[in-house]
Design a protein around this ligand. Structure first.
Ligand SMILES: Nc1ncnc2c1ncn2[C@@H]1O[C@H](COP(=O)(O)OP(=O)(O)O)[C@@H](O)[C@H]1O
Ligand SMILES: [Mg+2]
Length: 289
């Protein structure tokens, strides 16, 4: 079985076993079109920067895969912790394929009408299967019924949702999206507070862990250290564009992410003011073609 997880322009990502544990290997292969000396230098530097940013993020209390081994010389490889979870992209497709959280329930609330989303079908089939299994599993006794009800009960507003409720429980779409916005906005703010810009904040580069539902940032391939409000605003702009491109009606989710970002960020006001300028610049650029 090929455990290829991704093959981008820069790196090949595979699931492997390392020290008897599931792990991920990310290798930057040789680019023959570059001068060999320059190629080695670039691959080596990028591998080192990626690993350093991941380690700094972890130290700052931001969830990222633990770095297990870095080879900056030969293979330009990072071996990291394997995150058992789902990407935020898969999560959003599952719960609100084309629905705006502000407009009410998405198709999954009644019918899974989310066919035609590239690359996600298999995952969704699995989820559907899982849901029907859960539904078929009727509680054997009143005690079991009560336990099941507690496991999926919606907690008081403001309280964090239990992981199972957030990931797969019966929950109004708005509450699920509010919690997602809290996790995403808070995590990015903590990353920025530590002086790290991710550089590629897309929904495929964020995962929810299966066990804790913690948000884990992955793919630090374009990450860098910076204290500038401009760099952080650009990071947020990349997320906004990615979110709106892959989840067309997700403006309410993005607004929620920004609200939570502002609450946790040490320079929220300045960075969000900057985002307005970055956005205007982006619009001008796209109008000019
Ligand atoms: N540590 C990890 N644990 C589990 N899955 C991962 C991990 N790192 C990457 N992946 C999966 O592999 C995909 C590609 O990895 P990524 O680092 O984003 O590389 P790239 O986008 O450059 O191909 C991710 O979208 C994710 O689904
Ligand atoms: Mg990626």
């Amino acid at each position: 079985m090929d455990d290829l997880l991704g093959m981008g322009a820069e790196a090949t990502v595979r699931k492997i076993t390392f020290a008897a544990h599931p792990a991920v290997s990310k290798i930057r292969p040789v680019k023959t079109y570059r001068h060999p000396v320059l190629d080695q230098k670039l691959r080596s530097r990028r591998t080192a920067t990626e690993a350093r940013c991941m380690e700094r993020a972890l130290k700052a209390g931001v969830c990222a895969p633990a770095v297990l081994r870095v080879d900056k010389k030969e293979n330009c490889e990072i071996i990291m912790e394997y995150i058992a979870g789902q990407t935020v992209r898969a999560f959003l497709h599952r719960y609100c394929p084309l629905a705006d959280p502000a407009l009410g329930p998405g198709p999954t609330e009644d019918e899974p009408g989310d066919e035609g989303i590239e690359g996600e079908q298999e995952e969704e089939h699995e989820e559907e299967h899982h849901v029907s299994e859960v539904q078929l599993e009727a509680p054997a006794s009143a005690a079991a019924a009560a336990a099941a009800a507690t496991a999926t009960a919606v907690p008081a507003p403001g309280a964090a949702l239990p992981p199972a409720v957030f990931l797969s429980g019966d929950l109004p779409l708005k509450e699920r999206m509010d919690e997602a916005a809290r996790k995403i906005g808070g995590t990015i703010a903590r990353l920025h507070n530590a002086g790290i810009c991710h550089g590629d904040l897309t929904t495929s580069n964020m995962m929810f862990r299966d066990d804790s539902a913690d948000l884990v940032l992955i793919d630090f391939g374009l990450a860098f250290m910076s204290s500038s409000a401009e760099d952080k605003a650009v990071d947020l702009y990349v997320l906004e564009r990615a979110l709106l491109a892959t989840h067309p009606n997700s403006k309410a989710l993005f607004d929620g992410i920004m609200e939570n970002y502002a609450r946790t960020s040490t320079k929220g006001e300045e960075i969000l003011a900057r985002l307005v300028k970055v956005r205007a610049r982006g619009r001008k650029k796209s109008m000019a073609g």
